[in-house]
Design a protein around this ligand. Sequence first.
Ligand code: NAP
Length: 749
Amino acid sequence: MKPDLQAQPSARKPLFRRVAVIGLGLIGGSLALAAKRSGLVGEILAADRSDEELALGVELCVIDGYGTVSEIVAGADLVVIAVPVRATVAVLQALQPHLAPTAILTDVGSTKGSFVKAVREVFGDLGPRVIPGHPIAGSEKSGVRAARGDLFEDHKVILTPPDNVDEAALEQLARLWTACGATVLTMEVNRHDEVLAATSHLPHLIAFSLVDTLAGEDQNMEIFRYAAGGFRDFTRIAASDPVMWHDIFLSNREAVLRVIDHFTEDLAGLRQAIEAQDGAALLRVFTRARAARNHFSKMLSGQAYVTDMSQKPVRFRLQPGGSINGDIRVPGDKSISHRSIMLGALAEGVTEVDGFLEGEDSLATLQAFRDMGVTIEGPDDGHVRIHGVGMGGLQAPRGPLYLGNSGTAMRLFSGLLAAQPFDSELTGDDSLSRRPMNRVADPLRAMGAVIDTAEGGRPPLKIRGGRKLSGIHYDMPVASAQVKSCLLLAGLYAEGMTSVHEPAPTRDHTERMLEGFGYHVHRDAATASVIGGGKLTAGHIDVPADISSAAFFLVAASIAEGSDLTLRHVGMNPTRTGVINILKMMGADIEVSNEREIGGEPVADLRVRSAQLSGIDIPEEQVPLAIDEFPVLFIAAACAEGRTVLRGAEELRVKESDRIQVMADGLRAVGVETTVTPDGIIIDGGQAIAGGEIDSHGDHRIAMSFAVASLCATGEIVVNDCANVATSFPGFVELATRTGIRIQSEEGE
Ligand code: NAP
């Protein structure tokens, strides 16, 4: 007997009145259970080849009733096909005459191209209410008995809606999946099949094949007795349903073949390396793979091939007041960390780096060199070992080089890659993709490079390889260390001399480090020059603590009463000490001790105590020396007595955000009025800093600056969009808390 085709609808108006599930197995049953639990559906009916499974479904309270396909589809407003993908055409033929025009038709199959093809075959075209789906959740079990109501919790469901999709229908279906605990993503059908071929189908194939090979090698299968946990984990998926997988491989044939070919080619490369006892090649692949494994979630989100609604923003909540005390060392200098990888990769020999900043930016640089065939071990507690490949040893990367949020990396890479024999493409996250790159692309073009940019000179940068570069003399219109470094790096490969004149002093880490690697840089007043065709020799680099990170604590301890803080091993490169010079001019109490030189870079310990600051006219020659520190210097100015005037700082408007405007907006939000000028700002100190809510526009330095402002505030300050702080200052919240800032990091909306 078929119980109860007219099961009781729920009292509330449901999202779907009747859901028809065709194929009551693991996935169909789990969806039925989860949908029931959500309370969003009226009745759930199923059809299946096996009456026994259906009866069991009712007995286990998975479904409310069952019938034939025609019986359950008529009157359903959602029809879910949950049969093996190869059975789809037969099921569609059976349901087609009974499907209401208003019903949504979806499926759960593991391949999507095959479903779309089947719908076209049976229906002629893909209607706007046909929305293919694929839950990325499952198990090796099958049948309704294995169904679980929590199967989709914390898992993704990919929907591949057609271009003409009925948006309301899409939203309705997404709501149901979300209520089942899943995160819904949308993707194109072909992209889905390619991604799944690589990330799911190939691993299953390898697991099946490996277990089969080993079982065949040992007649009694005794061999498995000696297998450890690694083998068990790696081959778990070989216990999956053979029929289902046979279906999947045949349905996703082309994408799977492509990825199998790619894999067998790489496997043959590894075999070859083992045969030839080429340890370096093995190490290169293994370190690259390990790094990719550790960071792949970040890399994937950066590639943004899907809209992932689950990425959570970070918010800082700051209680007012407090004083700053302790003895700390802030993370390693970002600029020096970046350059140590770049020059280490191009050097001959092994370069050891200590104090490396393990922020996302420098890790992206490191990964990019791995993508170009450089073996890099670590980072391991700030230690990195780079096996240099020499000036001509970089290899063509397989795909675009993703540089995250790092403008420095993108500008430096463009100089380096313009001179390589291979084509390359540089991409970054949303914020980097908005930043102008013509300031490097134009002079590089003058050297003979071919570089395409997106509209407005923005990333991605497509760089043509195999160009012969010629040295030029370049007068920088705006002082920029990134542009200078980019051209000097290109100049290493160019014919003749490349010289760059700067209108005001900028950071000289590249020049210092080139010298450290044995490459002579001629420096004559405001001009730096290199002659192409030389080589770099590996060495040891002890990265100093980043003065830009120290700056937040210099200002914090100055403005908070009762503070006494020591900062150790701070980089004191004269092109970077503008923040100390400016703070001292404002009356800050900063004591410099233990001055020494490490790897060409000056380093010192700094002791800073609270002081009454006064407003000043910031000398223009100090501007490039403190360019990244202005956001926090604006906070110092707001807490000072009298007026502070900044001029000649238009560069600030094209940083991670328009730092002048965003800071002015933020200060206004906490009750401090300022006057924004085209190239700077005027801040009258002594206005009370109230509580308020700040939008950091994803700019890490803005976020940290307002964390410092809380020390002098009268109310709670909330800073939104702070996730990027981790990119430049890993451990900021912990260090801030340790020294006395009353900060809490929480998940934003
Ligand atoms: P399952 O537990 O074996 O369930 C499949 C169900 O479909 C069974 O009840 C089967 O009936 C029924 N069926 C087979 N052919 C049919 C036909 N021609 N007409 C009507 N019913 C038919 O498999 P599953 O794991 O739920 O897989 C279902 C779908 O989900 C597949 O397309 C699969 O690709 C997809 N999927 C699976 C997973 C996973 O990890 N398992 C994950 C994501 C997506 P019988 O009981 O008579 O065989």
